[in-house]
Design a protein around this ligand. Structure first.
Ligand code: ASP
Ligand code: MG
Length: 405
């Protein structure tokens, strides 16, 4: 008998017949002899709908009320799921995040988990019942309802799996697993049978949309085995686990791309101690999320600093950058929203030279110009023009031998 946490995303429970199909699957798992804890997201695009509704009514969007509103989506889904389970003869009880023991800080709309005390969930399991938990929610240290943020249901599931010492955390979604690259872009993309926490973390940080990066971090920290799989075909998906020390790692496991960022350059920056600190402190104070920073070799006492920021932060970042540039005597600020970051990821590159060379050669053969480069121990990323991203991803997927045979 295994203890499984099964999390179902928005599309998996988007319609009444989807809720019935998921209930059938949970019932099958229970009849098979396993214990199940279900975590649900809000149905379909309901969270987007609730956010729109709030924006229609209010211009101030008070955090406490936003969280009360948004968590209603998951509350609806969990009650309906329990009803469908009852119909199938499976005793089930729904629990809000608060009832399930998720204690959080007070950061509304993006609350951090402080502790998980799933006493009621354990009691329900002991009584032979299936607990169904609303994803992405908790209760704050001030006793208010909190929302963990977009994609937070994955984190709820992983945290619950850890707190209950579950055997696995199954993340059910509308794709059949984690792919070697985006299958919408590259038809020869392959589903990975397994991937390590480190690799998946790099992938989710560079454009792989699922599972939510924060949940992968949590799973890696606590060693929670994940199984990313389909709620439509129910076939075996992708296992996420520690690297197998006995196995040689693939040099490259995946190619990702991310078009959500823009590039910004501050040119003619005086090359003196404290200048970069000042620029990035001011951006940080404006909550601008800076990534991929590159500084040139200085020439005649000045240098250029380029970095990427999310599109949504670009206007603020440019405005702040112009003020700072004037203050520090830099030449000026330029920006380009039409960029893409292309990354190749693989644990095996730690011990195999030549990955960067192969990547640059592949891009050169397509005539793609590289604007910025950054690396980690298991990733090489290049910023290229957005309109060249698709061609670059297809070529890299091919040249690193990831395409289906
Ligand atoms: N329903 C929430 C969202 O769409 C939480 C989740 O699905 O993880 O962000
Ligand atoms: Mg979701």
């Amino acid at each position: 008998m295994a203890l499984l946490v099964q999390k179902f995303g928005g599309t998996s429970v988007g319609e009444p017949d989807r809720i019935r199909a998921v209930a059938d699957h949970v019932a099958r798992t229970v009849r098979h002899g396993d214990q199940v804890v279900v975590v649900v997201s809000a149905m379909g695009k309901e969270t987007d709908g609730l956010l729109r509704l709030a924006a229609d009514v209010s211009s101030t969007l008070p955090g406490r009320e936003m969280d009360m509103l948004i968590t209603a989506g998951e509350r609806k889904a969990m009650a309906l799921m329990c009803m469908a389970l009852h119909d199938r003869g499976v005793p089930a009880d729904s629990f809000t995040g608060s009832q399930a023991g998720f204690l959080t800080d007070t950061t509304h709309q993006n609350a951090k988990i402080l502790a998980v005390r799933p006493d009621r969930i354990r009691a329900a399991l002991d009584a032979g019942r299936v607990p169904v938990v609303g994803g992405s929610q908790g209760v704050s240290t001030e006793n208010d309802v909190t929302f963990l943020g977009r994609g937070g249901s994955d984190t709820t599931a992983v945290a619950l799996a850890h707190a209950l010492a579950a055997d696995a955390c199954e993340l059910y979604t509308d794709v059949t697993g984690v792919f070697t690259t985006d299958p919408r872009l590259v038809p020869t993309a392959r589903r990975m049978a397994k991937v390590s926490f480190d690799e998946l973390l790099e992938m989710t940080a560079t454009g792989c949309p699922k599972p939510a990066m924060r949940s992968v971090e949590y799973a890696r920290t606590h060693g929670v085995r994940l199984h990313v799989r389909s709620a439509f075909t129910w076939q075996e998906g992708t296992w996420v686990d520690e690297e197998d020390p006995d196995m040689e790692q693939a040099i490259i496991s995946a190619v990702t791309h991310d078009t959500s960022e823009a590039k910004m350059t501050i040119s003619g920056v005086p090359d003196q101690p404290g200048v970069a600190a000042r620029v990035f402190r001011e951006l940080a104070d404006l909550e601008v999320n800076v990534d991929m920073i590159v500084q040139n070799v200085s020439d005649k006492g000045v240098t250029d600093i380029s970095f990427t920021v999310p599109h949504s932060d670009l206007d603020r970042a440019v405005a702040a950058g112009e003020t700072i540039a004037a203050e520090i005597g830099a030449l000026g600020v330029t920006s380009d929203p039409s960029i893409a970051r292309i990354s190749v990821i693989g644990a095996g590159m730690r011990s195999n030279p030549g990955v960067a060379a192969t990547m640059f050669e592949t891009l050169a053969a397509c005539g793609v110009n590289i604007q910025m480069i950054s690396t980690s121990s298991i990733r090489v990323s290049c910023v290229v023009a957005e309109e060249e991203a698709e061609e670059a991803v297809i070529a890299l997927h091919e040249s690193f031998g990831l395409s289906e045979a």
